[in-house]
Write a protein that binds this ligand. Sequence first.
Ligand code: ATP
Ligand code: MG
Length: 435
Amino acid sequence: MPRSAVAIYLPSDEFLAVSAELAEAGYEAIGISSVDEFEALLEARPDVGLAILDGESDFDATIEMYSLLHDGERNVASLMVVSSTALDRLSLAGRARINGEFVTRPYSAASLRWRVEAMLIRAETMLIRAEALDDGARGGILGGELSVAPSLVARRGRIVVVFNPKGGVGKTTIAINTSAVLQMRKNQRVLLVDCDTVTGHVVASLGMAEIPTVADVWRADLGTNVNHSLADIASAHSSGVAVLTMSRSPLHTEVLEPKRVAQAISAARDAYDWVIVDMHPDYGPLNQGIFALADHILVPVTPEVPTIRAAVQFREVSVELQIRDRLALVVNRSNSGVSSSDVEKVVGFAAVGKVRSAGMLFVKAANGGHSAVEDYPKARVVGDIEALADRLIALRDDPDHARGSFGGFTRPVRDLLGRLTSQATGRPRLPVQMR
Ligand SMILES: Nc1ncnc2c1ncn2[C@@H]1O[C@H](COP(=O)(O)OP(=O)(O)OP(=O)(O)O)[C@@H](O)[C@H]1O
Ligand SMILES: [Mg+2]
């Protein structure tokens, strides 16, 4: 059931402003004025996907409402509106066990709408992911059995997102070549999806600029009973990888509704062993929906401070988006600049691979519309990408043994880390995760 209704417990002037914004975004805003009313609403309307609560006026009522959101099987997201001093008091008093999200007054109704949209999309995508895992379990070898080993659930296709909020760090290069290795050397069925609707360059790099886009096909589907899946739309590359691009233009992409895209990507797990998604560097609703689906989010980082800073920022954002456990570092151009183990320590999450600098090799392969795996099969950098692919397969097949860092730490780096971390975050001495 789409969860597009929002329950709101706010003073009436704020309710009016917020509900008008939400209506514009297509969400139904339902005002409530008491705990009883709130309880009745949650009973009657399972489509309530989010509650906006006033954390200041009547704190006891708010606490009761919050616990109703998590009553029994129910798990509805919440946004708590508070003043910044109240937020300080809450956390100081240890009462921030309320682990919903906070909005501090004064706020603009438009900014609240943006957060609501992102949270609802995320909540729905989490639901799609949970349902997909459930279906996988039911369809597994054990058939109708209730308890299913996680490894069986994991037999469905894996979704691997390649993302770093900074541009030009090797996202597309790693997405293309990891896909090609998995397909050509590991006998896996791979769908490579370019979800970068702004500067996407997967299809240009693979000499496939003319293939139909998802936006084209879905637009043509409008008003018909046909609903093409991603597998229907994908085109085969010379490497064997099935390739898709969302759109050729950043304009007129309304048909690429984030929830629909997330659902389509999730459904593609049935047809492929791996769905590799190249993303535009932003935190918009489309990307948030796809993050929520991902089994792994590969974060290519080149060993320079601005790129490391972007990865540290992403790690912080990932906590709020509840995807922190899926981040996996790929140190790109690993033989230049700061050492790989230092990068790993500073960004604060484990690496799954490192890819050396390869001069013009990737550019030359792309000029011919190929992956480097096809044109330079013996190149050492292709060996690096193969090691990364092996690691992804190991994480799927034997997650208990495959976890952990890919390399030992070779020298004392605390001072360097302190310096790099404060440079990377603009803050003094962020605690660095030491393993
Ligand atoms: N390990 C490497 N060795 C040599 N060249 C590389 C390496 N990684 C990436 N490059 C080159 O660096 C450039 C940027 O890489 P790429 O296009 O993959 O980055 P991106 O993160 O996808 O960028 P954008 O954010 O613009 O989409 C490309 O010309 C690519 O060929
Ligand atoms: Mg790119």
